[in-house]
Design a protein around this ligand. Sequence first.
Ligand SMILES: [Zn+2]
Length: 247
Amino acid sequence: MDDLIRRAAEDLAAAKRVTALTGAGISSESGIPPFRGKGGLWERFDPMEIAHIDALTRDPAKVWRVLVKEMKEIVDRAKPNNAHKGLAKLEKQNKLKTIITQNIDGLHQVAGNTDVIEFHGSFAWQRCMVCDKKYETRKVDVSEIPPRCECSGILRPDAVFFGEMIPTDAMRRSRQAATDCDLMLVVGTSAVVQPAAMMPVIAKNAGAKIVEINPERTPLTNEISDYLIMGKAGEVMNRIIEAMEKI
Ligand SMILES: [Zn+2]
């Protein structure tokens, strides 16, 4: 692993324009459970019952009681970990330009990154279903469910529910960020779910290096990635940043 850490540090030092693609694996060390897979929320809840736009429209109080309240508690408590902080440092060093994330926890912004494309929107914000006014989730009073806007419209997460489209602006901008980068860091995602899955392919075809940080092999490994650093996102990012400081 030491060789790969050094290699990633050297590649990042040489890169001029880095894009990061992140997923659930980067936030698990911050206590955010994944939606999919082992230990995921969808093991306990049927997403079609509580995370589909039809469910939200039909019975927003139920969606709030079952899903949003729990997500709010998790997101309110969560803090960025070393992986988020490492990406924020890379932005400060003017290496990292854009993060494309599948996460809805808002932790990249808390860590200090300023250009974050959220494919699936954000649980860190709620928006009024009537007037679109936005409220920071941690400031929303949940003593009455569902909470309401000052216009009395019901608040909903500013996140993409099943049955809703990925915002076209997020799609366009992430394709651009994938095309423009000379190195893509893929952190904490197996990138099997579209549209995230196509971003490393776009970057690769445009000539970028693809550096993968994941706890295990993924469909990208050996196919799209130049190399995989196997490990926890926070620990690996920390070591790469340390190695960069020694170059
Ligand atoms: Zn409103």
